[in-house]
Design a protein around this ligand. Sequence first.
Ligand SMILES: Nc1nc2c(ncn2[C@@H]2O[C@H](COP(=O)(O)OP(=O)(O)OP(=O)(O)O)[C@@H](O)[C@H]2O)c(=O)[nH]1
Length: 643
Amino acid sequence: MNSVRNFIRFSNRNIYRKGFHDLRTCWYGNHYSTDETSKLNIDYADIPIERIRNFSIIAHVDHGKSTLADRVLETTGAIKPSSGNAQVLDKLQVERERGITVKAQSASLLYNYNGSDYLLNLIDTPGHVSRSLSACQGVILLVDANDGVQAQTVANFYLAFGNDLIIIPVLNKIDLKNADPDRVAKQLETLFDIDPKEVLKISAKLGTGIHEVLEAVIKRLPPPHVERDSSFKALLFDSWYDRYRGVQSLVYVQNGQINVGDNVTYYHTNKNYEVKMLSILKPEEVFVKKLVAGQIGVICCNMRSSKEAHIGDTVHKTGTPVEPLKGFKPVKPMVFAGIYPVDQSQHVNLRSAIEKLALNDSAVSISIDTSPALGQGWRLGFLGLLHLEVFTQRLQQEYDAETILTAPSVTYKVKLKETKQTLKAGNSEMYITNPIHFPDHLTVEEYYEPMVLGTIITPDRYLGAVLTLCLEKRGVQRNASNIDNERVMMQFDLPLSEIVIDFHDSLKTISSGYASFDYEPTGFVSTYLVKMEVYLNGVAVDELSSIIHGSRIDTIGRRTVLKLKEIIPRQLVQIAIQAKVNGKVIARETLKAYRKDVAAKLYGGDITRRMKLLAQQAAGKKKMKMVANISLPRETFIDVLKK
Ligand SMILES: Nc1nc2c(ncn2[C@@H]2O[C@H](COP(=O)(O)OP(=O)(O)OP(=O)(O)O)[C@@H](O)[C@H]2O)c(=O)[nH]1
């Protein structure tokens, strides 16, 4: 939904500039344009609960979610129909204004159906589908009529289904020559028991069938279960940092109402704030005096740190306690990666970029990390791979930050044997994200690793290759079913550590790009882990150590020493490369000595050329890091960590 996001950002920037948005007038068919709405001056808080619908669009990547969102915004008159390059223009302007921090992608839309105004809240929280769903009564399950059901379609369907949401199945891209809506509708029936008669067929690109989608939202979804007469209670489901206003909380008002000037308490932090501003996103921000039950809106209350806005928290009026809403779970990062500036002179810039982005994302954990090889950097923790991808992409796109990202690793859990110390500490469990903190195996009672349920959809001709890959990655097959004559869906229990690095790429390679994958975490299971250490000429190199599964000792040990042999440049001394587990050597290679004098062969000849080459060689050496009296190029660490 980039274009929606860009639109919102763009609009909000203008609000700061102008102090208020300006609206113009026009009318399209049976819905209002932005301008018509303003003319009629409809206060969204006056719309009765029965005429509110809260929904989200869920789809596999590239199935057309942003395009449909744009068409919905246009059809409801929230934005003008794009004139081809309108979004591109917005985008460029946004790019120029770096540091714009609004990231909400939700919109409150007005749609006139059968003579009545309906408030349709389109909700999206990029990178966190489950957050959006907590504020919805239903979803549009959008599926490409050419591509068919994919892994994310399945994962999203079950997420919505598990949340008791109504699902509106919609097939998109019916304009494509190869679209086969009947085949895809059949897949939906086979997999999810969806009646083909309920399936809508649209082209988001051409704008075909958009009214039918909006009517289905009104007819099929229930209004929110909320009360306007009780004490104020709202669900915080997204937040972001604004450099002028502090933390903005996007809330779904469950009960009662809130006014500017009221005092509110955030239940789990138990902190109080005065409400300074309230707004709704249309999607441009419009300031309002109050928010009432059923609405989605933004609370601005001088909150300075995003750590105070816990997603899933309940907001209530200070002094009027309420039963907190369900769904609050403190988030725990599951996937970790080290991040370093490419050039240490960029350290300050990168720090500021990471801090700014983290202000917008309270789920990211940050700790300082130093590596003799990569310099000063950070170890960042994410909720999952998608979260990591979104964060690092934004870092690059929005802050132009050139970084080295180490291979992702996961959190392991260890139960220590009972000793005086563990009894005294009252806790024998520890979580480990960095091999350096891996405890001695003699002190450990049990190891645990995080698991996921992976869903793979593939054309059946790649079935064998996919199975082999999953088994190699220690996967255990849960089930398999045909979704039509050519495609199979399979589910596997897989260790998270096995899918964080190159699983997705390998899957795409073996299936010529046709297989799709998605996963959901399922918790920790008991396992057998070891710490593999790397020694160069008898000295342990901490950065090269890793936590691995006991069954992989030989394979990973061999692979690591061979790779190091390949990437460490030969030096004046011979180098013994050893991989060790619990002090025992499991693999060894020797790198022969070699004098790398690039100028040696230039007999006689031009002395300046010789000097120049020797200078280049010296400069090259400076970039090397000395570890165990051996100079290692920085790339060694990155390449080894990348696997
Ligand atoms: N032919 C055709 N192309 C479409 C249609 N809807 C979307 N597309 C194209 O499909 C591609 C992906 O569309 P997006 O709307 O960006 O898809 P998305 O699901 O938001 O993608 P992500 O943001 O990556 O998740 C774009 O090139 C669109 O132009 C449609 O109805 N017909």
